[in-house]
Design a binder for this molecule. Structure first.
Ligand code: NAD
Ligand code: MG
Length: 389
């Protein structure tokens, strides 16, 4: 018992919303008695990272920010915990011999370390949807080549993973991704023109990082999730539906050829999805709120309005066009999102810029290597920055 049977894990992006929830789930599932933490990574918040590393006895702590190396080193002095920084530090973390890796770095920055962990055969608990949106088939192929499992953490995909019967593959007609509709679900397009970051970040149901919260308000988050679902579950674009469901109780559904629809329900708490990814194929015992159906009383549904939320249309366009359109959509969107956060672009400009860049780069063929993916991402960012002036 004890040491021998502990599972080795790493958490990329441990200081973020998903990362902190993951550490909480790890604590509830036995903490240091059950898990050996190999590497934790963060970016700016080195004090929190150092606290997490000491509390879990991590072997290695990495800040993605080269400039914070000294601060992290100081915060961990005398602890015996190794310290690294920058992109090479993230790769060092990915090379540590953890059997299970939570990929929860936000954005394209998560791609290289997650790919490294996948190639050496770790099970990848995937929160970072950008990996699949940008690198799609290449990323899935890397996981398969490494021999590890791909465990979806995004709540919608985790829900589908829970109700998708692999032995009924032939009978799967469609997946139905639910979307809360975000804070602007009922707002007119005219009013959406001048919304602020403060109102855009206020998600009605889920507590998440800044960027994904704003992506939820624009429904770019759902757009990324449509492409994510295509690659995770090997679907055709027309098999992927989106339905607005303001209560976020149904986390997503799978429709079968006999008319049955299987859904996964729960309170909006990411720890359920994280726990499922950590304990699969068993279920963990987690202190999340239980659904109270009588109090809930009703579940509402409405079709997404693609005029007010063009991101949904852009995702379908990217899937149908193929090529590097996923990487381009994501790269251009990230630049436009940063511009919105900094006050350099309006809320509606995010979709306009993304679509213009997608159209401009429609000729680029499907990527053969990861370098092709990174090149498309770079070019999309350059074009988006140019359009922003
Ligand atoms: P967050 O902003 O709270 O945390 C992001 C983490 O990434 C932090 O640890 C941060 O230090 C690190 N980071 C930031 N910039 C970095 C960089 N340039 N290089 C390396 N590390 C960097 O974000 P989050 O809400 O935890 O989301 C993380 C990922 O999970 C995203 O891809 C998001 O789309 C996905 N996701 C999140 C939720 C959620 O409920 N929060 C749900 C589904 C999917
Ligand atoms: Mg989601």
């Amino acid at each position: 018992e004890g040491i021998q049977s502990r599972r080795s894990i790493s958490i990329f992006g441990s200081t973020g919303s998903i990362g902190r929830n993951t550490l909480d789930v790890v604590r509830h599932m036995g903490g240091g008695d059950a898990f050996e933490v190999m590497a934790l990574t963060g970016n700016g918040s080195v004090d929190l990272l150092a606290t997490q590393a000491r509390a879990t006895g991590a072997r290695l702590a990495v800040t993605a920010d080269d400039g914070r190396y000294g601060a992290l080193k100081d915060a961990l002095s005398g602890s015996g915990i190794a310290v690294a920084a920058g992109p090479s530090g993230l790769i060092e973390a990915a090379e540590m011999d953890a059997g299970w890796v939570m990929a929860a770095i936000v954005g394209t920055a998560g791609l290289a370390p997650t790919l490294t962990a996948a190639r050496r055969g770790a099970d990848i608990a995937l929160a970072n949807k950008e990996c699949l949106v940008s690198a799609g088939d290449l990323f899935v192929a890397a996981v398969h080549a490494g021999g590890g499992r791909l465990l979806p953490v995004d709540s919608e995909h985790n829900a589908i993973f829970q109700v998708l019967e692999e032995n009924q593959r032939h009978a799967i007609e469609r997946v139905i991704l639910t979307a809360s509709g975000g804070p602007f679900r009922t707002m007119s397009r005219a009013d959406m023109a001048d919304v602020t970051v403060e109102t855009a970040r206020a998600h009605p149901n889920w507590s998440m990082g800044l960027k994904i919260s704003i992506d939820s308000a624009s429904m770019f988050n759902k757009a990324l999730e449509m492409i994510e679902a295509k690659h995770l579950f090997n679907l055709r674009p027309e098999q992927i539906e989106v339905i607005v469901h303001p209560q976020s109780v149904i986390h997503s559904m799978v429709g079968y050829a006999d008319g049955s629809v299987l859904a996964q329900l729960g309170c909006p708490d990411m720890r359920t999805a994280i726990g499922y990814a950590l304990s699969h194929p068993r279920r963990a015992n987690l202190p999340v709120d239980r659904l109270d159906f009588a109090r809930l009383a009703r579940l509402d549904f409405e079709a997404p309005d693609e005029d007010r939320f063009p991101a949904i249309r852009l995702a379908r366009l990217a899937m149908i066009r193929g090529g590097v359109q996923g990487a381009v959509l994501n790269g251009a969107k990230e630049v436009a999102l940063e511009a919105f956060i900094d006050g350099r672009a309006s809320f509606l400009a995010m979709a306009e810029i993304t679509e213009a860049v997608m159209d401009a780069l429609v000729h680029i063929p499907a990527p053969a290597t990861m370098d092709d993916v990174f090149a498309a991402d770079t070019e999309a960012r350059r074009r988006a920055a140019e359009l922003l002036g």
